[in-house]
Write a protein that binds this ligand. Structure first.
Ligand SMILES: Nc1ncnc2c1ncn2[C@@H]1O[C@H](COP(=O)(O)OP(=O)(O)OP(=O)(O)O)[C@@H](O)[C@H]1O
Length: 250
């Protein structure tokens, strides 16, 4: 279970970026974090995993209070793939192996290697595993960082625009994998995403943010023309294709 309660944050100015943001959910859901540019989605993810310290409010993952947890406890609980990934000069394999750091003793165990192999296979990176990360395309690197986060075996996976630099095939691949991780591994996956139709196809919960606040939260029923107008300021119609809701901006 995750529970973010009344999370407030400002960046050294009087202006609040997050205003009492709340999010409570059982494990096993893939949650889309939606809202317009600058509304505070990335800031919320960073407050969630204590890269930033909220001014007030709490974040609980199961019984762990993130504001009081050690760095090791946080690394065993939360994995985060940031929006703009960069890499040093390591192979893909060694980069993914870094995800095992919180679990590792002095040297990697057989289990560590098995988890890394599994993450690499799950992201279809086997052919790239001996390549250096600074020689990959942006989309390939994005998938490597997701594999590293998976290798961490967290309870909560935080993904900031994971599909931003991916082609249409890989956008769907990554979202399918993210949704699969949530349902099959009983993990909570929180994804900042701008593409509403990708979110609708793969996520089962939606947090709509507006003006630094949680505007609405719930299953697919919260994606309505009214909410889209209120949050994004655009007129949209909602229709269905093959049982999936889709949004068409008028
Ligand atoms: N390091 C920082 N210092 C000061 N202000 C910041 C900093 N990072 C972000 N902000 C501001 O905080 C607000 C929220 O930014 P944030 O990146 O969380 O928004 P977002 O919803 O993720 O946006 P986008 O969809 O464009 O990625 C914005 O007004 C932004 O300018």
């Amino acid at each position: 279970m995750i529970h973010a309660e009344n999370v407030n944050f400002s960046y050294h100015t009087d202006e609040s970026v997050l205003k009492a943001v709340c999010l409570k959910e059982e494990a096993g859901h893939c949650i889309a974090l939606l809202g317009n540019n600058g509304v505070g989605k990335s800031t919320f993810l960073k407050c969630f995993n204590r890269i930033l310290r909220p001014d007030s409010g709490t974040v609980l993952v199961e019984n762990l209070n993130i504001s009081k947890a050690s760095r090791k406890e946080i690394a065993l609980t939360l994995a985060y793939v940031e929006q703009h990934t960069s890499s040093g000069r390591l192979t893909v394999y060694d980069t993914v192996l870094l995800g095992r750091k919180p679990h590792m003793k002095m040297t990697p165990s057989e289990e560590d290697y098995a988890v890394v192999d599994n993450a690499i296979e799950r992201l279809h990176l086997t052919d790239l595993k001996l390549r250096y990360t600074d020689e990959l395309s942006g989309g390939e690197l994005q998938k490597v960082m997701l594999a590293r986060a998976l290798a961490q075996q967290p309870k909560v996976l935080l993904l900031d625009e994971p599909t931003a630099s991916l082609d249409i095939y890989n956008q769907h691949e990554v979202m399918k994998i993210a949704a699969g991780i949530a349902s099959e591994d009983n993990m909570t996956v929180i994804i900042v995403i701008h593409d509403l139709n990708l979110a609708l196809k793969y996520c089962d919960r939606f947090l709509l943010m507006h003006d630094g606040k949680s505007f609405d939260y719930g299953d697919v029923s919260v994606i309505t023309s009214e909410n889209i107008k209120a949050v994004y300021g655009v007129n949209a119609v909602i229709t269905e294709v093959d049982g999936n809701k889709i949004v068409i901006v008028k």
